[in-house]
Design a protein around this ligand. Structure first.
Ligand code: UD1
Length: 427
């Protein structure tokens, strides 16, 4: 199993190109099931999760053609997805187990073919993560839901009917599934308390390009007038705001000066505000965003994760690594997932002083972290250890790199290009 070794202590300087957003790409790929015509997506990141989604769509009978591998794999992938006739409406256990986002094929399958069988995603390292909100939305649209042998079987033989869906709390995946399903339902659907993440806006814009009629894009209330069919479209995936934020922390934690290219300042949102509080400078540039920290120590800051436009849970572990080397105390409160502090013991093994009390972690900054052997159980936790390693004295090894590969394209190359001493060790 691959590992990453980091020799800490180098301030990063240079430019890092940001890839397309994984969390936008996955629902966009699932949206290809909504039409028999070709959906071409560009700026897709080169990631294991994208390959898993390609595998799942191919299994469902989608014809996949790939190009855009030019530039030595440094440009985004372009995929053309054509969902003619289905081979099966079943998303099997083996693929759903690998990637929870597989559940996003359910809405499109149900809406277009009147049925979908998707293996129940199992427990996940960052909490139980049920799919009840997805299923409630399908029920509101007239589907019948059964559970059989570990699979959720949804059917609507006469098609879905527009309805009012009020989510009791914000869910990114359930909003995406409901929005996609509603595009082919008969009549109007209102989704209230919808998630407003930029990835949802990206999906909505693509659906509109495919012929869908959606009002309220970017707000908490979406109104969708169903169509009989959608059509071909070409869509470019937005930049990955979590990757952007992660490398911004890399610049800040090492006291470096890094330009993040192919991304947008506007995607930074609450992450930029917190970085400013910690003493970093964040600037909009023509190429993207420049981030640097050249004077003084990292300052403590309190952080609470919230649905967009609040501080993203997917940046919680990374900001914790930064606050671990601040000159003050910080409180980090996780409100989205109930079990998302697994990086804490690993950061503590590197010398961090962090105590978890329920949903909050008190981070008392230390002067220096020291390199250690570490292991993480999820994607963002893994990258937080890489970030800590960049600032630590000595060598840090991050084991189980496959978690990183699910969400970060060529992480070691991107960091090394800015001077970091980081390499992948292959066994
Ligand atoms: C998406 C992101 C993930 C991010 C998360 C929150 C993708 C592929 N993944 O995940 O990286 O961390 O948003 O920003 O885009 N919940 C239920 N029932 C449901 C659905 C969700 O109880 O039916 C709960 C979850 O357990 C969690 C909370 O709602 O506690 C938010 O989850 P949700 O927004 O749905 O996250 P995902 O779409 O799975």
């Amino acid at each position: 199993m691959d590992r990453i070794r980091i020799k800490g202590g180098v301030a990063l300087n240079g430019t890092i190109p940001i890839s397309g957003a994984k969390n936008a790409a996955l629902p966009l790929m699932a949206a290809s099931l909504l039409t028999g015509e070709a959906l071409t997506l560009s700026n897709l990141p080169h990631l294991v999760d994208i390959s898993t989604m390609v595998q799942l769509l191919a299994e469902l009978g989608v014809e996949v053609s790939m190009n855009g591998m030019t530039g030595g794999g440094h440009t985004g992938r372009v995929l053309t997805l054509t969902a003619g006739e289905p081979e099966t409406a079943t998303a099997p256990y083996d693929l759903v187990r690998k990637m929870r986002a597989s559940v996003l094929v359910m809405g499109p399958l149900l809406a277009r073919w009147g049925e979908a069988r998707v293996s129940l995603p199992g427990g996940c390292a960052i909490g139980t993560r049920p799919i009840d909100l997805h299923l409630d939305a399908f029920k509101a649209l007239g589907a019948e839901i059964e559970l059989e042998e570990g699979y959720v079987y949804a059917k609507a033989p006469k098609g879905l009917k527009g309805a009012k869906i009020l989510f009791p709390f914000v869910s990114v995946g359930a909003t995406e599934n409901a929005m996609m399903a509603a595009c082919l339902a008969d009549g109007e659907t209102i989704i209230a308390n919808a998630a407003r993440e930029p990835e949802i806006t990206d999906l909505a814009n693509c659906l509109v390009a495919m012929g869908a009629e959606i009002d309220g894009i970017g707000t908490g209330t979406l109104a969708i007038r169903g169509k009989k069919a959608l059509h071909a479209a070409h869509h470019t995936v937005i930049a990955d705001r979590i990757e952007t934020g992660t490398y911004a922390v890399a610049a800040a934690i090492t006291g470096g000066d890094v330009t993040l290219a192919n991304t947008q300042f506007e995607l930074f949102g609450a992450v930029g505000d917190i970085l400013l509080k910690t003493g970093a400078t964040v600037e909009k540039t023509d190429a993207g965003v420049r981030i640097r920290r050249d004077t003084g120590p990292v300052k403590g800051a309190d952080v609470m994760t919230e649905p967009y436009p609040g501080f993203p849970t997917d940046m919680q572990a990374q900001i914790m690594a930064l606050l671990a080397v601040s000159n003050g105390a910080s409180m980090i409160t996780e409100t989205i997932f109930e079990n998302r502090f697994m990086h804490v013991p690993e950061l503590c093994r590197m010398g961090a002083d962090i105590n978890v009390h329920g949903a909050s972690a008190i981070v008392r900054g230390v002067k220096k972290l020291s390199g250690a052997q570490t292991m993480a159980t999820d994607l963002r936790a893994s990258v937080s250890l890489v970030l800590a390693g960049l600032a630590a004295k000595g060598d840090t090894i991050v084991n189980r790199v496959y978690h990183l590969d699910r969400g970060y394209e060529r992480v070691e190359e991107k960091l090394a290009a800015c001077g970091a001493r980081v390499e992948r060790l292959q066994d």
